[in-house]
Design a protein around this ligand. Structure first.
Ligand SMILES: [Ca+2]
Ligand SMILES: [Ca+2]
Ligand SMILES: [Ca+2]
Length: 617
């Protein structure tokens, strides 16, 4: 036995060498992923709704949000029955929430309908169906050329997992010398983040060989039983990185290089995701990009910071690729806090996802503009259940129209491989407009986003050999004209437009272009001030929702003890902070309102109302 395990470890070492030596290409695929929570999707079999405990099921009728803490009846059969309509969305890959058997009791009032409280890693939860139904789902998906990605929760177990009372499994969980679990008190401390209990759940000690072998065997079982196409791995940053290094190599060795591994490292800063880049995942979620998208398309941040962000972000993962998103089940839906133009903005953000590098991941309901609800800042109660409403059936007229518009975007990405796998070059950027060229072989697509609530006109200098007859519109309502070597564009408010370039074109375009300081008509200049009685402040900067929370310089002046700073802002509500002398972050003492920041401090709040003469159209 000892000898055998030596052979395994030698072959693993060889595998590591192979993985490290071969120039592994960054994954770039034409896939579009759809993420659904099994319980919230479609009920294919009402007989399994109560599982083994009738209290677990309480249907939501639109007026009883507490019911959303219970199971809603969705199951694997419902997913299988929906494959044709999912395929019609233009997606080809489905990540399903964990189906692994969950605790049969509630956890502080919440039933584990989400699937992240495993009690038996080798069983399908009784609410979701049977092993045969799971196999049938994968098989039916493969018949349609679709892939099924399983969600594997390996950080923790349910609070009442049988191992908790099993003496022989005592050291399978993280605990101190007194056998007590660790609590995460410092979210900057990686050891605490890995060993502390998440939501108070028993934390598996994956650094122990018997635990890591067990989790590998579990994975092997599901791969061999079902032939699934990949795993989405939950809570990656809460599990020792050494585990992932070995686990990903063993899974690839078992299931082949095509088996997709997508890791959830929920950090908002690219440098914190960087360490997970070269440990065997094909994709990591683009959480930094998620925040940038929300700030830009939802909260009115300028595109200069957005593009700068993407320049840096794209350099942060040399090996893995980003899986991009505008929302998911762990955050508020994109449309929260947006009013009459919520869908326009959401479609624009989705348009970015469908024309930018990365693997787009669409949270079920996002393709319909399904409503979400914001977090209760005061009670601090989790927003989860309010952003996990059951999938609507039937769809409203509006939802059907929005779904159709979503499909036009997936069709665009699917029709032009340059959009998913091509190079990315900026052609133009200002506060509201972003134009970029995607190129793959001879296929070249120009995409232009107008994030202003007003119609905008811009001019982009182009290589002189371009001919207007060789520019073909493929998406949107914009108007394009070629004049004196410049592309003149008229871009409708809050829209994406795309053209295919058919003729010759210079290859010598810069990767990133300079920011053009043109403001769109919906911007207003807002003046903020800071009283500096002792003349201690040489530099006053501002960071907030409008600039992706990076300390930035704006036009400023001093009159006596008052420092003024002038910021271009669109109508909207912004959280912000002042930065004094490049280091001291404070709330603006003269702000019109305050909100709490995630670190126990406070932000200032500024509301910019739309100019009466310039009402967004
Ligand atoms: Ca059911
Ligand atoms: Ca169960
Ligand atoms: Ca952990």
């Amino acid at each position: 036995m000892r000898k055998f395990s030596n052979i395994i470890s030698v072959s693993l070492t060889i595998l590591f060498l192979l993985v490290n030596c071969s120039p592994s290409a960054k994954p770039e695929s034409a896939d579009i992923m759809y993420f659904l929570m099994i319980d919230r999707f479609v009920d294919g079999n009402p007989d399994n709704n109560e599982g083994s405990n009738s209290n677990s099921y309480k249907p939501y009728d639109g007026s009883n949000p507490e019911a959303l803490k219970h199971y809603q009846g969705g199951d694997l059969l419902g997913v299988t029955q929906s494959l044709d309509s999912l395929k019609a969305l233009g997606i080809n890959m489905i990540w399903i929430s964990p189906f692994i058997d969950n605790s049969n009791t509630d956890y502080v009032g919440w039933w584990p309908y989400h699937g992240y409280h495993p009690i038996d890693f080798y069983k399908v939860d009784e609410h979701f169906g049977t092993l045969n139904e799971l196999k049938a789902l994968v098989e039916a998906a493969h018949l349609r050329n679709m892939k099924i990605i399983f969600d594997m929760p390996f950080n923790q177990t349910a609070a009442d997992h049988p191992w908790i009372d099993d003496e022989s499994k005592k050291n399978w969980f993280h605990a101190n010398e007194r056998g007590e679990p660790y609590v995460i008190t410092d979210w900057q401390n990686q050891s605490q983040i890995e060993r502390g209990e998440l939501h108070g759940l028993p934390d598996l000690a994956q650094e122990r060989v018997e635990v890591s072998d067990y989790l590998f065997e579990v994975s092997k079982y599901w791969i061999e039983e079902t032939g699934c196409d990949g795993f989405r791995l939950d809570a990656v940053k809460h599990v020792p990185i050494s585990f992932w290094r070995e686990y990903t190599a063993r899974i690839k060795n078992l299931a082949g290089p095509e088996f997709l591994l997508l890791g959830e490292v929920f950090w908002g800063e690219a440098w914190r995701i960087g360490p997970y880049d070269n440990i065997g995942f094909d994709y990591l979620f683009d959480i930094p990009g998620y925040y940038a998208i929300r700030n830009t398309f939802n909260k009115g941040a300028g595109l200069g910071d957005f593009s700068k962000f993407y320049e840096l972000n794209s350099q942060s993962l040399p090996n893995a690729s980003f899986a991009t998103l505008i929302d998911n089940h762990d955050v508020a839906r994109f449309n929260v806090d947006l009013e009459e133009n919520a869908w326009e903005k959401q479609l624009l953000a989705l348009g970015w996802l469908m024309t930018a590098p990365g693997l787009p991941v669409i949270y079920s309901g996002t393709e319909l503009g399904m409503r979400g609800y914001s977090v209760d800042d005061v009670s601090g109660e989790s927003q989860d259940y309010l952003n996990r409403l059951p999938y609507p059936d039937p769809l409203s007229q509006e939802q059907m129209l929005q779904k159709k518009q979503f499909i036009e975007l997936t069709e665009l990405r699917n029709k032009f491989p340059a959009l998913s796998q091509g190079s990315f070059k900026e052609l133009y950027k200002d506060w509201s407009i972003y134009a970029y060229l995607r190129k793959l072989g001879n296929e070249r697509v120009l995409v232009c986003l107008n994030n202003a609530a007003t119609q905008e006109f811009i001019s982009i200098p182009l290589p002189p050999e371009m001919d207007i007859s060789e520019i073909q519109k493929i998406y949107g309502e914009a108007i394009i004209r070629l004049e004196g070597g410049n592309l003149l564009l008229r871009l409708p408010a809050n829209t994406l437009s795309a053209w295919e370039f058919l003729g010759d074109m210079s290859e010598n375009l810069p990767q990133w272009v300079a920011f053009t300081n043109r403001l769109s008509a919906d911007y207003q200049l807002k003046k903020l001030f800071y009283i500096d009685k002792d003349s201690n402040v040489d530099q006053l900067q501002v960071a907030g929702d409008f600039n992706n929370w990076t300390a930035r310089d704006y036009s400023r002046s001093r009159h006596g003890d008052s420092l003024f700073i002038e910021i271009p802002l669109k109508p909207g509500k912004y959280n912000y902070k002042f930065i004094l002398n490049g280091e001291e972050w404070i709330a603006d003492p003269n702000a019109e309102a305050f909100s709490s920041d995630p670190y126990g401090g406070r932000n200032s709040v500024l509301t910019v109302s739309s100019h009466p003469l310039n009402k967004p159209r």
